[in-house]
Design a protein. Structure first.
Lengths: 315, 348, 554
């Protein structure tokens, strides 16, 4: 670790960053992992689909979307038509309100990735802050922060999310806030472990000895060295966050009625389509499972590529 | 003895966690958007009625008084009275006591499913490292943790209940069976466990037992997929780890065949970390129970929790969340202690 | 009453007590000379078991503590009323009383003599008096308690001045004023007769029940999720055809349908459109359907939104929403379009009224005339779970949103769980909301009075009242308070001797509400049951059922 650190001190800024990326054992290990690359491919595909859906279905700038069509009801009178099975015209069939499921599933990927990103990003930032602070100040602060995290971790995650939703109320935004609270402790724990390892390094003591401010030490030296395990943890949790968000929608506490969220569509599918229209639950669920698989494949590969010392911290 | 101290230390560490859990649960009622007294008073109640109820229930006491009272009530399994689902009836006696065994039974069989399939798959994968079997098992495991219960459940129902028609899609037992009457062995009406598969046997009703098992298969499988996936991964890697150890090499040097060596020496040691996995994923299992119960129409703790949240029945929400958290904590405690006996290194 | 009843409406009704109580009673004044009915316990061996699945557990078997349909379905098998609904019809016939006579403010009923309770006690007039007191009289030693008594105490007996046992077999009921719906109220489940001895000695009535009905309680499990009833061999009427009835709670609608089509359940209720379609297409099961005594609507809140105070706007909305598509596609034809609050099967329904046609142009021009040519925005509040009057609330709401967008009105949909929903709407916080009503006693008064009468005088010169006004009938979700309408409804309530005159008033009242359109009239849903082919003798009863004593299973 200390040789790496010297290298880091030699090269700063973007160029240094790129240099480090190029010479990262982590990345070359990762690239050699075929499953991880498949995961990356799936994720890339989903991101492309999500952006496509956002732009061409949701409508951006001069491009007219047709979001209203996939949101609203298109019923006219023929009840059987309203739930037509998959056909060339409607690849995933119709959903009982005469809405094509295909564009709804596409748009669902935008919702899933957008809110998944928000959930994971915010809980990562919070988790890193708590974890680093706990590790750096140790003793009282450490105990207070980590015991709080322990309490949150003592709840089964979906159950804690449900408890929080019962406080905050239903709705996608509230569900996201609840999940952020559920996920933050996981990051905090990993980061604390990683940060403690970094803090053992002598050069940190040296930095402090020459009078660097706490914030500077944390921001420039501790945090960057924790990034690898955090990235892995984020990737692994991304899939879980998407599932949990969908689960909250599925149980009726997330997305609004009619919104093309996968969880919502699954809920409608299970409620009504289980026995008469298999395509209602099938396609949204498939998209969801595939996306999550992508993140799990990539995250798994990343964990394997990680420095073994850091690997232990991640569950 | 070292392990005794470990157990004591572990139990002491439990105290702050328990206090924390109860604080969070306490907060559900008080941070929730609704005024509990107003909810209890019912729709359209006058302000005086609300105030009366508020002081009757002690909601106007200082918060710490309420909190202490809450702690002492809860420690006696008194979760108060339901607001909405069964107005005025005790939350524990009338609502949750019956539901807890339902969820526990699901979790037990789900876990069983996970272990019974996950362990052999993990071993197989390790023995045939880097073979096609290994790859398929590993991808399968990753797929297993990627598939949400509220998708795999419906798919299994569509396949086994709708298309093949071999398994029931909902509830716990055929309608005709009532769990009642004297025990088969003692001839008296003795208390029952609430676990269908046990009670039917206690009552000596084999047909009912078969029916109960049939009803459990799909939900247990759905719940077990996740733990199967995790356990097979853990089993594989810990098998491989163990194999690298010296004594295995020695055994092999003595001329035992590779596979026999791995099974004989590796299995026992490799199994130890798997126990922790069971603890770690038990929380996911409980979360899964909520979804599984919803999909399969089983009225357990999870369904009650969801209903209670929807209805704004806060005492029920509190109690259900607390029970779930306690279950999770208990299982983890048991796992940690078991682990400490199996692998004394952990104690340091 | 709430037939599908997963939710307690107790407290709500408690609050509105007097108002709603004043509601109902109606009319078959001609039934005075009707007597007899199905007499005499003809023998016939009861055999077989009926498995009946419904949406939720029975909360309690205590007649005075329940107001949800799931509980009532069971108590209706165990308890009898003095008079009862003819199975499958909105008519009254003899129950425990064989004869009755209405004179001014009194009704005198003569009881059957050969009736025994499940505990072996003979039925006498004092049993009914004790039951009445337990429900309504705080002075009575065995009074149920104000906390526990449901709004049905007021609904059913609110207009009652006194109940007396003139002799062993004669009950005299005196009302505070002439009250046409009184007799029908006696047929409501809450007027079921309990045993006086049991009232005095029984410990709890939640999971035990002693009545005179065709079935006795045999087993109560999982807090009312699973209940077994056994045929009562000493029943005064015809012995039930089946020996056992098992009631099972199956929460999910689609699961319940599967239990019928591919498992061991014989009869289910609480069927949504999707389920009806499945039952229709499945083998070995039949979809039984009958026009229900229900009405579903979208109430526009005149107090909250100034736009809705303009009659033209309200009419425009009626033209703009394609209710035909809603009943045909969303409710899949298991409902009919509505033109008024009173459903077709209830007397007083105005046959001359047609539903508003779907006419966007008309809607647009009405909006322009009203000065809202550019449209406006409002929030439509709806409940989450299907209810009998609006079987698919969220889909219907989405359809309303789509339709109104066409005429420039932007609707935001807000979903709430039933309890939250009730809290919200009775406080008048909604711009507009979905709502509906099931008949309690099959009388037109039971629709017009609770749903469209404000319960108070309307302020001068305006046809709406404030939800927060003292005594406001909060079930009037539109705040509508039309003088002419109110006067007709009030007058009709007191006519006990001239059915034609009474019905004429209801016809006129319906005409007024149709024209003034405080609601978007949505639908009258059908009652739907799924029944296995092996079942015979089952009739859908929109009120007073199910009559499972008539049902047998091969």
């Amino acid at each position: 670790m200390s040789t790496q650190t010297q290298q880091r001190r030699r090269r700063r800024g973007i160029r240094g960053f790129i240099h480090r990326l190029r010479h990262s054992r982590f990345l070359s290990n990762l690239a050699a992992n075929r499953l991880a690359m498949i995961g990356l491919l799936i994720i890339t595909l989903m991101v492309v689909i999500a952006l496509y859906a956002r732009i061409f279905i949701g409508g951006v700038g001069p491009i007219e979307g047709y979001y209203g069509e996939i949101m609203g009801s298109n019923l006219s009178g023929n009840a059987d038509m309203a739930k037509a099975p998959p056909s060339p015209k409607y690849p995933f069939g119709l959903d009982g309100q005469a809405r094509s499921i295909f564009p709804r599933v596409l748009f669902g990927s935008w919702l899933a990735l957008k809110w998944g990103t928000v959930t994971v990003a915010v809980s990562t930032v919070l988790g890193v802050s708590f974890g680093v602070i706990a590790a750096y100040y140790s003793d009282l602060v450490d105990n207070v922060v980590m015991r709080t995290m322990d309490v949150l971790l003592a709840f089964p995650s979906l159950l804690l999310a449900l408890a929080l939703v019962s406080i905050l109320g239903s709705g996608l935004q509230n569900a996201v806030v609840a999940l952020i609270l559920v996920y933050t402790p996981r990051f905090a724990r990993v980061v604390r472990g990683a940060a403690l390892a970094v803090l053992e390094d002598e050069y940190i003591d040296a930095t402090i000895a020459i009078g660097a401010k706490d914030f500077r030490v944390l921001a420039r030296h501790v945090v960057p060295n924790c990034l690898a395990p955090v990235t892995v943890q984020s990737t692994l949790n991304f899939g879980l966050a998407i599932i949990d968000l969908a689960a909250l929608s599925f149980l009726g506490f997330g997305a609004k009625e009619g919104a093309p969220s996968w969880g919502m569509m699954l809920s409608a599918g299970v409620e009504n389509g289980l026995h008469s229209a298999w395509w209602w639950p099938f396609f949204p669920g498939l998209a969801l499972a595939l996306t999550v698989l992508g993140f799990n494949l990539l995250g798994d590969g990343m964990r394997d590529a990680l420095d073994p010392r850091m690997r232990d911290a991640i569950d | 003895m070292a392990s005794k101290w470990f157990v004591i230390k572990r139990l002491l560490l439990l105290i702050p966690v328990l206090i924390g859990i109860s604080t969070v649960v306490f907060a559900i009622l008080h941070l929730g958007g609704n005024d509990p007294a107003a909810v209890m008073a019912g729709q359209g109640a006058s302000q005086e009625q609300i105030e009366t109820i508020r002081s009757e229930l002690g909601f106007d006491d200082p918060i710490w008084v309420q909190y202490t009272r809450f702690l002492s009530d809860v420690s006696q399994f008194d979760f108060g009275e339901s607001y909405v689902l069964k107005p005025g009836q005790p939350v524990w006696g009338s609502i949750l006591a019956d539901k807890l065994p339902v969820t526990i039974e699901l979790a037990i069989y789900g876990q069983l499913f996970g272990v019974m399939l996950g362990v052999p798959l993990g071993v197989l994968s390790a023995i045939k490292q880097n073979s096609l079997t290994d790859h398929i098992t590993r991808i399968g495991a990753l797929a297993g943790i990627s598939v949400p219960i509220f998708w795999s459940g419906p798919l299994l129902i569509i396949l086994f209940a709708n298309i093949l028609g071999v398994l029931p899609a909902s509830s716990r037992i055929d309608t005709q069976y009532f769990i009642e009457g004297p025990w088969a062995f003692f001839g008296h009406e003795l208390p029952l466990t609430g676990l269908m598969t046990i009670d039917t046997l206690l009552l000596g009703n084999i047909d009912a037992f078969v029916s109960a098992v049939e009803h459990l298969l799909l939900p247990a499988a759905v719940m077990g997929i996740y733990s199967m996936a995790l356990i097979s991964r853990m089993m594989r890697s810990s098998m491989l780890e163990v194999v690298r150890q010296d004594y295995i090499r020695t055994a092999r040097a003595k001329g035992q065949g590779q596979k026999i060596t791995m099974l004989k020496h590796g299995l026992k040691n490799a199994f130890i970390p798997v126990i922790t996995v069971i603890g770690i994923q038990f929380g996911t299992m409980l979360g899964g129970a909520v979804l599984t119960e919803t999909v399969f129409g089983i009225s357990g703790l999870g369904v009650i929790l969801v209903n209670a949240i929807q209805a704004g029945d806060y005492p029920v929400v509190q109690a259900a969340v607390l029970v779930f958290a306690m279950l999770f904590t208990l299982v983890n405690l048991t796992v940690d202690i078991t682990y400490s006996y199996l692998d004394p290194r952990i104690q340091q | 009453m709430d037939v599908d009843g997963n939710h307690s409406r107790r407290s709500f009704l408690k609050a509105t007590g007097g108002t709603i109580a004043a509601v109902s009673l109606a009319g078959c004044s001609g039934s005075t000379d009707e007597s007899g009915g199905t007499d005499g316990g003809s023998s016939g061996e009861a055999s077989g078991t009926i498995n009946y699945a419904r949406g939720a557990a029975t909360k309690s078997l205590d007649l005075h503590k329940i107001d949800d349909g799931e509980s009532v379905k069971v108590t209706n098998q165990i308890y009898d009323k003095l008079v009862q609904f003819v199975p499958g019809k909105n008519e009254i016939e003899a129950g425990l009383a064989t004869e009755w006579e209405t004179e001014g403010k009194t009704i005198t009923l003569t009881l059957r003599e050969d009736v025994t309770f499940h505990n072996g006690e003979d039925l006498t007039a004092s049993d009914f008096v004790a039951t009445y007191k337990r429900f309504t009289d705080p002075e009575y030693e065995y009074y149920i308690g104000e906390e526990d008594a449901t709004s049905y105490a007021g609904n059913t007996f609110g207009e009652v001045e006194s109940v007396e046992a003139t002799d062993e077999t004669t009950v005299t009921i005196t009302t505070k004023k002439k009250f046409a719906p009184m007799l029908r109220n006696l047929a409501v489940f809450a007027a079921g007769v309990m045993s006086e001895k049991e009232i005095e000695t029984g410990e709890q009535f939640d999971s035990t029940a002693v009545g005179t009905g065709p079935f006795t309680l045999d087993a109560w499990q999982n807090e009312g999720e699973k209940i077994r009833l056994k045929a009562n061999p000493d029943y005064w009427g015809e012995t039930p055809k089946s020996e056992f009835v098992i009631f099972l709670a199956v929460g999910e609608n689609s699961t319940r349908v599967s239990k019928l089509t591919s498992e061991d359940i014989h009869i289910i209720d609480g069927i949504d459109a999707e389920g009806a379609d499945r039952i229709d297409k499945a083998d070995g099961v039949e979809l039984v359907q009958k026009t229900g005594l229900v009405t579903g609507y979208m109430a526009m809140n005149l107090e909250k939104r100034e736009e809705f105070r303009n009659t033209k706007v309200r009419q425009a909305l009626n033209y703009a929403v394609d209710t035909k598509a809603i009943v045909d596609s969303i409710f899949r034809g298991f409902a009919s379009q509505s033109s008024q609050a009173v459903p077709p099967a209830v007397p007083g329904h105005n046959e001359d009224l047609d539903p508003y046609p779907y006419d966007q142009q008309q809607a647009t021009s009405l909006l322009e005339e009203a000065g809202f040519g550019d449209g406006f925005d409002f929030t439509l509040t709806t409940f989450t779970n299907p209810r009998p009057y609006i079987p698919s609330p969220s889909q219907a709401a989405q359809k309303v949103r789509t339709d109104l967008k066409e005429v420039g009105i932007n609707v935001t949909i807000e979903k709430k769980s039933w309890n939250d929903f009730l809290n919200y709407t009775i406080a008048g916080k909604h711009d507009a909301c979905f709502l509906g009503w099931n008949a309690d006693n099959g009388d037109p008064d039971n629709f017009l009075r609770p749903l469209l009468h404000p319960g108070i005088e309307s302020p001068d010169g305006q046809d709406w009242a404030s939800f927060s006004a003292e005594g406001y009938n909060v079930y009037n979700a539109s705040g509508w308070a039309n003088q002419e309408f109110m006067q007709k409804v009030e007058e009709a309530q007191t006519i006990i001797d001239d059915d034609d005159a009474r019905m004429k008033l209801y016809n006129e009242a319906n005409q007024i509400s149709h024209d003034e359109a405080p609601w978007v009239f949505l639908d009258h849903a059908d009652e739907l049951r799924g029944v296995k082919d092996a079942v015979s003798g089952f009739k859908i009863a929109p009120v007073g059922g199910p009559f499972l004593d008539l049902v047998s299973v091969e």
